[in-house]
Structures are given as structure tokens and as C-alpha cells.
Design a protein around this ligand. Structure first.
Ligand code: COA
Length: 372
């Protein structure tokens, strides 16, 4: 058995940002347009008028201040409300592979590796832009990697589930150098026309390189243990899929985009995650006093404050439980990896931490790491 280690990380951040004020201005213009176009039906009580959104609500309910997106003009066009992304030919690199490759290149540089040394690529993300061939296999080809590659989807927990899969393979010896890449174009499946969720997501791509600790070229984090768990829930759901054309009345249905019952998610996921991390640490003989850092999924600041406090047994001090959601919003599976990538370089050998992501499914994945 070999000790797996995280030897490099990379983050691709899109160029365009959308502030809460910009988002709310576009949403409110869209709502006014909708209410004017449907004035008669609204007056007859057949449909409800769309209420305005508010930047104050968004910040106080979530902690989000802005988000990065691949293309903002479509998102902010009140008559459209989703991004313009050019269709690419089958001969071009696809957009998920392109941003994933950017993150992979940074992560491999950090690890002191090149693509040819990679023998496993897992593209772990909450949506894949096509059914097949796998985005991971396209990334494998572009990297010049060997071995094998596959896509996986565990929604917001995809990256930690991917890390567990890669770490287990490194531990057993079936692979030697793995990349877990999470290109998240959340702007494609967010319902920008629904004020309950239009502020939630942002786009990004992350990559994590995992190798045998003995192979590490520089500073790295030992992966002591991983733990994944799932429990079925309909509270976060997206019904889009390959059977779409077989169903009637599928033109512009709300459930073809991200849907959630945010209140229920908040209430049900908090105890699930806090208990999961506590039991994982106890199972490995780790105590909360030993933890130097907690890198959590980035959905909601209040959720993270709560989980951080439960895990550490006290209010986290500045920097102990870093949030990046104020800048990136919820980037689905990539959130905890951005937090880890941007807030782990200062840790000293022997320092311990936990990476944890959670979300639809429900699903939760935790990774206990130690700076070597
Ligand atoms: N602007 C103004 N008001 C809004 C609004 C907006 N954009 N969106 C909702 N509201 C209103 C609601 O209609 C509701 O009004 P009411 O009290 O008159 O019914 C009120 O604000 C509270 O809405 P609610 O949805 O209960 O807010 P919340 O405090 O639960 O915050 C979330 C919403 C989504 C931020 C929060 O529930 C959350 O983060 N949940 C967890 C989400 C999560 O982790 N998801 C995982 C996804 S991967």
C-alpha cells in the first residue's frame, strides 16, 4: 500500500465578473418585462407577478458579493438570462475540456509534473456538456497522458469523491499520478430567471494532482483518509437529461435547470455534514484541537460558520476556515478545492486539515490531509 498525497492544485478563473448590483439590475428588468408581457394573466390571478430581487438580501442570506462567469452579456440580458457560449465543432477542444486543461496545467506545474506522467484523469463535475466521449478522455488526450480517464458526477461533492477514487487507486498501486479536474460551468444550468436562486452560482475550474507521497517533487499534503456518504433527497434536483425529447411539453420547463428548496437544504445538510466530519475524524483518531484548517464547500457563509464551529468545537479564528464564496459564489464541486488551493501554502509540516464538500444527492465527502 502506498501513501497518497496531493502534490499540486490549479484554479482557472474566468475573466468576467457579475456583481450583485449588476445581477439584480438585470433580474429586475427581466421581472418588469415579464410582468408587462403577462399583465392580463397576472391581473386575472392565473400567474404570479415576479417580485424584484435585492442585493442586500443576497449578501445577507448567502455572503456572496460577486461571481465569475464564462460570458456575462447573455446572463445580464433581461430578454435572455443565460450565457452565450459558441457551439464548437467536434474537431475543436470542448469548452469544459479547455477550462479544465487550464487548471490541470497549473496543478501539474505546481506538482513538478508534465501531462505525459499522468496515468489517470477523472473529470469530476456536477454537469458534463455531452454524454460521450468523456470530457476526461478529451483532457487525457490534450495532456498527452497515458492510462485511462473517466467522468463522474456527484454534484457539489464530485471533487472529493473523485479524490477518494484517485487516492484509493494510488494507495493500491493501480495508478501512479492522477488528476481530478472539476470544470464547473454552472451558468449553463442555473435558472437566472428565478430570484430564489439566481445569485447562487459562479463558473470556475479546479484541478488536483495526486501521487504516491514518495514520488512528490516538492511540498505536498498526505491524504491520510477519505470518507464519502450519500443519502437520497429531492431538495436539490435537475430533471434535464437524455430522455428529454421523449417527454411532452419540454420547451422551457423550470425543472430543466437547477432547482432547490434552499431552506430545507440548509436545515438537513448542516447536521449531515457536521456529523460526517466528526465521525470521520474520530474514526481516524484525529481530534478537533489538531486541525489547523477546514476547507469547506462554498455555498453559504452562515452554513460554513455553523459547520466550522461544530467541527472545531469553537468559533473559527480568522483564516482557520477560509471562505472564497464572497468572490466566486457557489462553484459547485470546485468550491472547497479553490479554498484549499488559495489557503494552504502557509501551513507548516505536520499541520492537519480537512477538505469537505457537500450538496445534491445529498452527498458529502471529506479528505483528511497533513502537510508533509
Ligand atoms: N431577493 C429578495 N428576496 C428574496 C430573494 C431575492 N433574491 N430570494 C428570496 N427572497 C425572499 C423569499 O421569497 C422569502 O420571502 P418570504 O419570507 O416572504 O417568503 C425570503 O426572502 C426568505 O427566502 P428563503 O429562500 O427562505 O431565504 P434563505 O434565508 O433560506 O436563503 C439561500 C436562501 C438559498 C441563500 C439559503 O437557503 C441557502 O443557502 N441554502 C442552502 C443552499 C445550498 O447549500 N445549496 C447547495 C447547492 S449545491
Amino acid at each position: 500500500m502506498h501513501m497518497p498525497a496531493i502534490t499540486g492544485t490549479g484554479v482557472f478563473t474566468p475573466k468576467e465578473t457579475v456583481t450583485n448590483d449588476e445581477l439584480v439590475a438585470a433580474f429586475n428588468a427581466h421581472a418588469d418585462l415579464f410582468n408587462t408581457e403577462n399583465a392580463e394573466a397576472i391581473a386575472a390571478g392565473e400567474i404570479e407577478a415576479k417580485p424584484h430581487s435585492s442585493a442586500e438580501f443576497i449578501f445577507s442570506a448567502s455572503g456572496i458579493e460577486q461571481r465569475y462567469v464564462m460570458e456575462k452579456s447573455g446572463v445580464l440580458d433581461p430578454a435572455r438570462m443565460y450565457p452565450h457560449l459558441r457551439e464548437r465543432s467536434d474537431e475543436e477542444v470542448s469548452i469544459m475540456a479547455e477550462i479544465g486543461l487550464d487548471a490541470c496545467t497549473t496543478a501539474l506545474e505546481a506538482a513538478g509534473r508534465t501531462g505525459v506522467e499522468v496515468d489517470l484523469v477523472i473529470c469530476a463535475a456536477s454537469n458534463h456538456e455531452r454524454a460521450y466521449p468523456a470530457i476526461a478522455i478529451e483532457i487525457q488526450k490534450e495532456l498527452g497522458a497515458g492510462g485511462f480517464a473517466f467522468d463522474m458526477n456527484v454534484a457539489c461533492s464530485s471533487a472529493t469523491f473523485g479524490i477518494q477514487a484517485a487516492a484509493d487507486m494510488i494507495r493500491s498501486g493501480s495508478v501512479r499520478c492522477a488528476v481530478v479536474v472539476s470544470p464547473e460551468i454552472t451558468s449553463g444550468h442555473l435558472e437566472w430567471r428565478d430570484r430564489d436562486c439566481h445569485f447562487i452560482f459562479g463558473d470556475v475550474a479546479t484541478a488536483v494532482v495526486l501521487e504516491r507521497a514518495e514520488d512528490a517533487q516538492g511540498a505536498h499534503f498526505l491524504v491520510h483518509s477519505t470518507r464519502c456518504a450519500t443519502q437520497f433527497s429531492n431538495n436539490i434536483r435537475n430533471n434535464n437529461g437524455f430522455l428529454r425529447r421523449t417527454r411532452d411539453a419540454m420547451e422551457d420547463r423550470r425543472d430543466m435547470q437547477f432547482m432547490q428548496n434552499g431552506r430545507k437544504v440548509f436545515k438537513e445538510v448542516l447536521p449531515l455534514v457536521s456529523t460526517h466530519i466528526a465521525e470521520h475524524m474520530t474514526g481516524e483518531g484525529w481530534s478537533s484541537d489538531e486541525l489547523k484548517r477546514v476547507w469547506l464547500h462554498q455555498a453559504n457563509k452562515a452554513m460554513n460558520d455553523f459547520i466550522g464551529k461544530k467541527v472545531l468545537g469553537r468559533t473559527p479564528e480568522a483564516g482557520e476556515q477560509p471562505n472564497i464564496l464572497q468572490d466566486y459564489a457557489n462553484t459547485s464541486s470546485a468550491g472547497s478545492i479553490i479554498a484549499f488551493s488559495q489557503n494552504s501554502g502557509d501551513l507548516a509540516p505536520g499541520d492537519k486539515g480537512v477538505i469537505c464538500s457537500f450538496g445534491a444527492g445529498y452527498s458529502v465527502g471529506s479528505v483528511l490531509v497533513e502537510r508533509a
